[in-house]
Ligand binder design. Sequence first.
Ligand SMILES: [Fe+2]
Ligand SMILES: [Fe+2]
Length: 303
Amino acid sequence: MTVVVPGLIFMSQQAAPQQGLTEAEKKVEELIERSGILARTRVITSLNERFGQVDCAQEELIRQVEADKELVAKLMVVANSAWFGSRTKITKVDEAFGRLGLTEFYNAVVVSVLRLALGETGPVCGAYWGHVEVIGHMGEIAAQHLAPGLEPQAFLLGLLHDVAVPMMSRHVTDYAYLVDDALSSNPASPDTEIECYGFNHAQVSMALARKWGFAPELCTAIPYHHQATLANAPAASRPLLGLLLLGEKIHAFSAGEVPAIFVSQDDLRLLGEAAAAFGTDETTIKAAVAEIERLYMMRQKSA
Ligand SMILES: [Fe+2]
Ligand SMILES: [Fe+2]
């Protein structure tokens, strides 16, 4: 059986040659090399290379996952978790594919590979996974309302925008005290990290997403995820970045971290930019955000 992956168009992107790189890019390359993360996440690169083609054979996809026993065990845990799980327990890879469907199966595999490669325990990993799973699903729900078709990419952007944080906490000296800011929407976080190390987690996350072969517009949204505006991002990345930033805002509001959404000057500007990026008006976005927030609260309660 041959299936087409809706909304998931990936490009294989080779590692850039060292000549012509900026000092920051060289440091990012050196860190990625030293961490050994690419060897532990080869399945993602390989899946994305396959998804880059027009058709994707279901049997081959399942076989590729089944070849790695550790991955199969983790996938069973992830597929049966609150976010992905169906009502009856999934015990086999082909069963997971059948129950979840191609897009959710792919997402569950990427989550499983990253959980094995980055780790899951300890305060940094706990904070990272708590943050990105919520933001990934918020982006997905926001896309359903405001940019249908972008759901798969919105979930992946939520998952990947801070993906460097657990790795940097292990391989960059004294990074632990910058983790909370990196996982928040603090606009100062990227510049503070550059002052300390000459590069930041958003640059490393983008470089990793590129090396894994995710879509260019997803990768180029990542460096802007601490900004309160879409204006600096490439035009092709603005709808995805808008979904990410709206998800972050709804989550911060629902968690009681901010008293209101769309009151500050920054929020009002973002509202206008998001309306332009989604080809709609501000009233529609406000109504969608209210509905997304309601659905999100219900989902949080049932999860
Ligand atoms: Fe961040
Ligand atoms: Fe974040």
